[in-house]
Design a protein around this ligand. Structure first.
Ligand code: OOG
Ligand code: NI
Length: 472
């Protein structure tokens, strides 16, 4: 019954991404330095030498896509209510929960999902996504720390009243906001993810939680779910890593993920290490409450280089080879140095095919199909054709699908390098709990594999329409 012009969720996502980016740059100036480094590396990468398919995946698939817009961020939430409300925020900007990430295996009392666009069209407009982890209080061994964390979390409210009002309005408008409401929404949403230099806990409570697990203090002692990093894409992650080092940034000791390849798969990531930031805590000591100065280390800057989405078989091979490399590095006579692990990864991944044809023949990577040549005599008789035939005849082209998700082992490596801790005893041997995540969220998690398969099918249907034939 209204004639309001609703804002396009993809456009709102871009406004949100840009607001988040400028907020983070002003909060963490070192992040601004990282952006300069990435821009310089991207500008000097010899893109003409790159396989256009590889460039497309690194760049983001579309000519119109801005190279300088971030590709992901991460937040850590404390309660199911926070997760459900954040999922309402993300739905307004076209992000939906996809996939389950078990972090307990890495010694973290948490699990996670990725809020991201699901459709090809939406991904093309802006693939920005948020790695969103949730505390699993049942994995906190120490009774006192657990109840303290839950008590602090029960008292905090990370959402402004106006934001909740706008979310309720969106519910009544089919999930949409008008352009004016959308503008207010982005401003209000930033309050949820902003840094606060004044903690919501006493210094004593902060230290108690930190002793149990540093991540607990980060999740429970603050007034917001501060964004803990943003991640621009880079066209050459090795060069960017080198440049970060040469400019004096403290960087992660190795690039996570698969080794450099002709046909990149999945995701390679590295970061500068979390900075120590001043924080004011109140202290309960004495009769008068007063403030004490302390500090907190949680926030960093990351870069990523994306490759192809792999099938379940492709993922199995990836996990197998990575595990083999880690085992070999552990048992090598030298100490397990980052260099030794890099070397073992190189060796192990020689078993992972590295040309698109073989990757497709062995069903290790997902592809989309597009019409390369519609003026082919054969296609005018009205029979059906196999995909293989059309590819061989040069009528249909194959393009690897860009990986849009995360890697739990890489994520664990990133957590670890920023916490400066090894796996804690707090959560060893814990089982993953995907059902628990869905219950907290109040919704099902989409399967990334189903989404990649749907993209493949959609592209084949499109070829059929364009060629006017049936592909079997
Ligand atoms: C999230 C770390 C995971 C990634 O890129 O794998 C992540 C966190 O530190 O909260 O962002
Ligand atoms: Ni990240």
């Amino acid at each position: 019954s209204s004639h309001h012009a609703y804002a396009d969720p993809d456009a709102l996502r871009t406004a949100f991404t840009l607001a988040m980016s400028s907020m983070y740059k002003s909060e963490v100036p070192l992040y601004g330095d990282l952006i300069h480094i990435v821009n310089a590396v991207n500008a000097s990468t010899r893109t003409a030498d790159l396989d256009p398919r590889v460039l497309a995946m690194r760049h983001g698939n579309v000519a119109s896509s801005r190279l300088d817009i971030e590709r992901h961020g991460a937040i850590r939430l404390g309660t199911p209510y926070e997760l459900r409300t954040v999922s309402r925020i993300f739905a307004v900007i076209g992000l939906y929960p996809v996939g389950y990430y078990d972090l307990a295996a890495a010694g973290l009392p948490m699990h996670a999902t990725c809020f991201r666009p699901r459709s090809t069209a939406s991904l093309k407009k802006n693939p920005f996504r948020v790695f969103t982890s949730l505390l699993r209080p049942e994995l906190i061994r120490d009774e006192k720390a657990r109840s303290l964390a839950l008590n602090l979390l029960s008292k905090r409210n990370i959402f402004t009243a106006e934001l909740i009002t706008l979310l309720d309005i969106a519910d009544k408008q089919n999930g949409r906001l008008t352009i004016d409401q959308g503008t207010r929404f982005v401003i209000q949403a930033m309050e949820t993810f902003r840094w606060h230099g004044t903690a919501a806990s006493s210094h004593e409570d902060y230290q108690l939680l930190k002793r149990e697990h540093q991540i607990l203090a980060d999740i429970a002692c603050f007034r917001s779910a501060h964004i803990n990093h943003l991640t621009p894409r880079t066209l050459d992650i090795s060069a960017a890593q080198q440049k970060m080092k040469s400019q004096g940034l403290k960087v992660k000791d190795r690039i996570e993920g698969p080794p450099a390849r002709n046909c990149p798969i999945l995701l390679r990531q590295t970061s500068f290490l979390a900075i120590e930031e001043p924080v004011q805590f109140f202290t309960a000591q004495g009769s008068q409450s007063k403030f004490v100065s302390g500090s907190h280390k949680a926030r960093f800057g990351e870069i990523e280089e994306r490759g192809a989405a792999v099938t379940l078989a492709g993922r199995q091979l990836y996990d197998e080879l990575l595990n083999k490399a880690m085992a070999a590095a552990e048992s090598s006579s030298q100490k397990c140095t980052p260099e030794e692990l890099d070397r073992q990864v190189e060796v192990a991944f020689q078993k992972y095919p590295d040309d698109w044809k073989t990757l497709r023949a062995r069903k290790l990577v997902y592809f989309t199909y597009s019409v390369a040549n519609r003026h082919f005599p054969e296609i005018y008789d009205d029979s059906s054709f196999t995909l293989e035939h059309l590819i061989l005849q040069g009528i249909v082209d194959i393009t690897p699908i860009t990986y849009e998700d995360f890697l739990p082992l890489s994520a664990a490596g990133i957590f670890r390098s920023n916490l400066g801790t090894q796996a804690s005893s707090a959560s060893v041997n814990a089982l993953s709990n995907e059902a628990g995540m869905e219950e907290a969220l109040g919704a099902k998690l989409s399967s990334s594999d189903e989404l990649y398969k749907a993209m493949e099918v959609e592209s084949i249907r499109k070829c059929e329409t364009e060629l006017g034939i049936k592909i079997i």
